[in-house]
Design a protein around this ligand. Sequence first.
Ligand code: BES
Ligand code: ZN
Length: 853
Amino acid sequence: MEDVKEVFLKDYKKPEYEIKEVDLTFELYEEYTTVTNVMQMHKLNKDTSDLELNSIDLELVELWINDLKLKETRYIYKNEKLTILNVPSKFTIKIINTIYPDKNTELEGLYKSGSIFCTQNEPEGFRRITPYLDRPDVMSVFTTTIIAEQEKYPILLSNGNKKQCSEFMNSKHEVTWYDPHPKPSYLFALVAGDLGCVNDAFTTASGEGIELNIYCDKGNESKCSHAMKSLKESMTWDEEKYGREYDLEIYNIVAVDSFNMGAMENKGLNIFNSHYVLANEDTATDANFMGIQSVIAHEYFHNWTGNRITCRDWFQLTLKEGLTVFRDQSFSADLNSREVQRIEDVKALRERQFVEDASPTSHPIQPKSYISMNNFYTATVYEKGAEVIRMIHTLLGVEDYRKATDLYFESFDGQAVTTNDFLWAMSKASGVDLTQFERWYHQNATPVLQVKENFSDGVYTLTLTQNIPNSIDNEIQEPYYYPLKMALIDNEGNEILEETLIISKDEESFSFENLAFKPIVSLNRDFSAPIILEQESTDFAFLMKHDKNSFVRYESAQVFATQTIEAMMKGENIDQEFVSSYGYLLDLDVDLSYKALILELPSVSTLMQRQESIDFDAIYKAKEELSKHLAAVYENKLLSIYIEHHKPSSIDISSESMGSRSIKNRCLRILSSSLQGKITELASAQYDHSLTMTDRIVALDILESTGNESATSALNDFYRKYKNDTLVMNKYFSILAASDREGTLDRVMALQNDEVYDEKVPNLVRSLIGVFARNYKHFHAKDGKGYKFLAHKIIEIDKINPQMASGLAGAFKIYAKINKINQKIIKCELERVLSTHSLSKNVYEIINKILKL
Ligand code: BES
Ligand code: ZN
């Protein structure tokens, strides 16, 4: 890998040219596409003479400057750059080039998903379509004309408003789109195909009528209604909460089956992985419905946070992604259960981001360098980025936060800006000094806060010490500034006070006076800061029963369960106080989805993060033993909750119905760790009679783990019913790949030959190979076969789709923390991958980082 180039934030330079307008014409043929690209160029830096355009894998046909066709001596095309020598200060350049969408398996640039032409250009895909200044700080007004066969491609879409359509004599037609909002190339999109469409309308607060369309494969139109509803909810919410209205005549969403990511916010033409659009109760789980709502919202919200105001360079990615994730989280919290949403968000943060931040690929939310930008769409940039915005929201308060976002939109509309510009607006509008806070953008690793308590003479004192790990390059890092929401509680559970402390020093003390008894402290309420608390003596049993803050209550149950499991791993008996506290939770009269969450035992992923040298077997064994014990002790109670809430014919997705399903499925899962025969019967009945996919998947998952005949027959039945629905087949592959049962790896290998499986479709690869790589038991098997299999797949898939391959390589991020035996095998496998001929820079970057440590 000699030709890998590392890009550094410190090397940022302003663009040397401006593209005032760009006019694109696409002629789509079956074997190739011709692109004609006409740009109005203005030189910004008078000292440059050449024009350097980004360009990957393009076949140049003709180059013109101001009506003059260029001879080949006037330009050089090499190393992904097209250099045109000696250009004037103002000129029109016309480039004609050919591309091959049908052969594009990377799914970047213009490619085909089945028979649909579609694009994915963020971050650097546009250079695979036509030579361009493919960087987010070059913003231009786009006009796009698409010419294709009328019959095969009746729908031709691009960004902006439809300007013109015409039919030709030769069975072709042409459509022209004009997008008045200047935008960077990564937001360009094109779609062509024979698509079904669901149409609706929205009227903005200022009375503009907007046409809404969701396009999908014909036959799937009826599965678009939840997405459409979510889109309208998002539009209303952004008007009410941020004062932001939509700004084009049309909002189009297209669902495609082959897509590397979840969805993309192209201006006026979002392209979605069909997983985040299509749903009905028969094919989608409750979690799928929630996912659709939040991803539709996320991409819609980008219209202001990302599109109207975009990033100066890719190091600023969290400017749009962190902020937009915070916005979609707030939206989901407003529309559903706030407490459940917060816990789900924190769970995701801990399981993905905390793991990443403790790994060799740890980086600040604003990274300092990258080799492949595709590798930096990370949990850190997204989820930790969202936590950083949330802290700003907490520090400013609701009203000043709104003033500050108003100022941000007013000051930077139409520009490509930095995270510092955002912080400037936050601080300017509120008067809050964010100088020290800025460290959250530049430092990496999860900070720890050590808590010491003291009580004497009616004074309670909290002494808090920030324990900041060194950076990934072993540099000393400075203490953070953040809000720590806390409360003091008396021994009957009454709140004495609630306050938000500002933490800013290495060590500081906070005292509370005039207390008759030693209070119990409730810390980091609502998870007000993304930190790890080290609290020794706290009475978690008390807090899990009595804390009024739903987050701390959940958290205390998790910590108590963790302590119990860790003691068991050291050979101690099951803590009976935990068992009785768990019984107390079973009796609680609270929101059912919330109840299902607090009854969940900590995940293997959270438990392993706490170990010096990870030993999966020990974690699994202790967790299973505790589950079994709880199932045995509370059998009757669990069964009666199950029966009370099991309504096989209920199919609605109201929060009450979702709550019922989640609590009774939680009970069924706990029960399934013991009482095999009886539970198999219940699960079989649930599989046979329930009308929702939510219920069927839980039942199938439980049955699969038993491995008996009822499992085989249910799995066969499922396959027969859904083999033509690839979105549902993803679930089938995932259940088998996540299985605890012996022989899972062999079954995963065999499933690759299933007629439904296709290595070119990212969703299928993720459901089978990706899920297997997170099956700790089998992936980390001591014989090393799981590692060998994944290494082999990474090499193979890298040749098809490097972004997918580097995603799979992420499973090795825990390398540094794993026990020595497994580590040795991983090292050997990763070295094998690194020595592969023509490895992509995506995979190289990830594996190289992992091995360096
Ligand atoms: N802008 C991204 C899409 C994207 C991701 C482009 C990676 C290029 C590389 C989009 O807004 C996004 O963030 N999508 C997420 C889903 C979202 C709800 C977090 C995704 O695709 O995972
Ligand atoms: Zn996004």
